[in-house]
Design a protein around this ligand. Structure first.
Ligand code: DQA
Length: 156
């Protein structure tokens, strides 16, 4: 498990969220549900805590900023959970940043992108992901936290 050498504590899980996810709860609730991003953050923090882990939770509408957050996770995180949102379908830059991480990466989508429009069926991020959770709504983030906790435990 990745430790901070100074504190010998597991580094936080970086939970990164792409464009328009700041609108969760209001944006197409029939597709994405009524849970807000702030509620998802609180749920993830509690779930991580139950595993003895901490989180860093971010959202950005800008591709380059997500790249910056992934680069930060490289040195300051123990794993990444990412819902790349629309950028999952378009961004080779985000895939490159993920492939530069030597960390477990779980890709999350609230909806099942394979049941949706053809342009949503492909995700570049999936090529770099350790695992993928989709179609479970906000609960999917919690299952991703559980998966990371399991993976980090196995690596200890
Ligand atoms: C999404 C699916 C994407 O196709 C979409 O662009 C999003 C959200 C999801 O969580 O289901 O913004 O990533």
């Amino acid at each position: 498990m990745a430790k901070n050498p100074k504190q010998s504590k597991t580094l936080p899980i970086y939970i990164l969220n792409g464009p328009n996810l700041n609108l969760l709860g209001h944006r197409e609730p029939e597709v994405y549900g009524t849970t807000t991003l702030a509620q998802i953050e609180a749920m993830c923090a509690a779930q991580a805590k139950s595993h003895g882990l901490a989180i860093v939770f971010r959202q950005s509408n800008r591709e380059g900023e997500i790249v910056d957050h992934l680069q930060e996770a490289r040195t300051s995180g123990s794993a990444v959970i990412i819902n790349p949102a629309g950028y999952g379908h378009t961004s080779i830059a985000i895939l490159d940043s993920i492939q530069a991480l030597q960390l477990p990466v779980i890709e999350v989508h609230l909806s099942n992108i394979h049941r949706r429009e053809p342009y949503r069926n492909h995700s570049y991020v999936s090529k770099g992901a350790t695992g993928i959770v989709m179609g479970l709504g906000a609960q999917g983030y919690l299952r991703a936290v559980d998966a990371v906790a399991e993976i980090l435990k196995v690596k200890t």
